[in-house]
Design a binder for this molecule. Structure first.
Ligand SMILES: C[S@@+](CC[C@H](N)C(=O)[O-])C[C@H]1O[C@@H](n2cnc3c(N)ncnc32)[C@H](O)[C@@H]1O
Length: 316
């Protein structure tokens, strides 16, 4: 799950590691940041390589405005788009970039999004049940809670939050909304605690995983990630690098499996005595055999980095 932090703006997660992995090529390289956020990683990369060009994407209009300011020092080298990173190939085509040297995806929400009560991402503040990264999207968390079927809600709580009592929670949501629609984060958080019980001291608050599940559903996060990885693969030049930072196990599993499947030369079933697929299919070389995690210093400075995992692979 995502950790909250107030110092995130000053310390983009795993910043030294990202800069080291993604500025290994010098000169006029082309870099895609699919999750621009506050522009933290991008500004460090553009400062490290003064000739690099950047295609930056974010679906949040506020993030894009903030990043435009932060990256003003390199304005002649940046091209910013509001949209989904799953469309990164289309944006690159608009710039007539046939291939790129590096792609960065730093998943999840940013601190400015979490800390703005009006966006409805956080349990810590009362606000509308919104949770949209892209405010042009008509689907809010309230709309899902108040309109989706019991079955659909159950799947969301189970698949995106791994909530143990997903069936019961879905049933109770449907019962409660017949009396009063859900509209605020505090109301829904209290309801979750009433149904699922309070967490024991030292554990995450009970509604945390339910909020995570709703956020993933509102923003279609897992299929965005799957499509974004495919798009990155298609556009990376030979030797180009793909770096992904994930913040929970559902995301990390997708990245890990994607890298692992594309690292294999042969896709024959394990029981096949001889290779029948022809081999030579590997498309990626994994550079981080184990995910890179934050140092204890970084964890102390930025609590959000505690659950971050960076995986990097190189296009063959
Ligand atoms: C963790 S923050 C990125 C922070 C950034 N690396 C920095 O250094 O400031 C994630 C950002 O990605 C955006 N985002 C998440 N999923 C996205 C998607 N599928 N397409 C476009 N933007 C996305 C969010 O709106 C948010 O601004």
């Amino acid at each position: 799950m995502n950790c909250d932090s107030d110092d995130y703006i000053h310390f983009p997660v795993l910043h030294w590691e990202v800069v080291e992995y993604l500025t290994w090529r010098k000169g006029c390289v082309k870099i895609v940041d699919g999750t621009l956020g506050c522009g933290g990683h991008s500004s460090l990369i553009l400062k490290e390589n003064r000739q690099a060009e950047l295609l930056g994407i974010d679906r949040d209009g506020d993030a894009l405005r903030r990043a435009t300011e932060v990256l003003r020092f390199a304005e002649e080298r940046i091209h910013l788009f509001r949209g989904n990173f799953s469309d990164l190939k289309e944006y690159a085509t608009e710039l007539e970039w046939n291939s790129v040297d590096a792609v960065l995806l730093d998943l999840g929400v940013s601190s400015p999004q979490i800390d703005d009560a009006g966006r409805g991402f956080s349990l810590r503040f009362n606000g509308p049940l919104d949770m949209r990264m892209d405010q042009r999207n008509p689907v809010t968390a309230a709309r899902i809670l108040n309109l989706e079927s019991e079955e659909e809600l159950g799947q969301i709580f189970r698949d995106y939050g791994e909530v143990r009592q997903w069936r019961r929670l879905a049933r109770e949501v449907v019962r409660r909304r017949q009396l009063k629609a859900f509209d605020t984060t505090s109301d829904f958080a209290e309801f979750c605690e009433k149904i699922l019980g309070k967490a024991r001291p030292g554990r995450l608050p009970t509604p945390t995983l339910v909020f995570q599940a709703l956020r993933i559903a509102v923003n279609n996060e897992l299929s965005e990630l799957e499509d974004g990885l495919e798009a990155a693969l298609e556009i990376l030049a030979p030797g180009g690098r793909l770096a992904v930072i994930s913040f929970h196990s559902l995301e990390d599993r997708i990245v890990k499996n994607f890298f692992r499947d594309l690292e294999r030369d042969c896709i024959c079933p394990p029981k096949c005595p001889v290779c029948i697929c022809g081999g030579g299919r590997a498309k990626l070389k994994i550079l981080t055999k184990k995910p890179v995690t934050a140092s204890s210093d970084e964890r102390a400075e930025n609590s959000r980095s505690g659950c971050a995992k960076l995986r990097v692979a190189e296009r063959i």
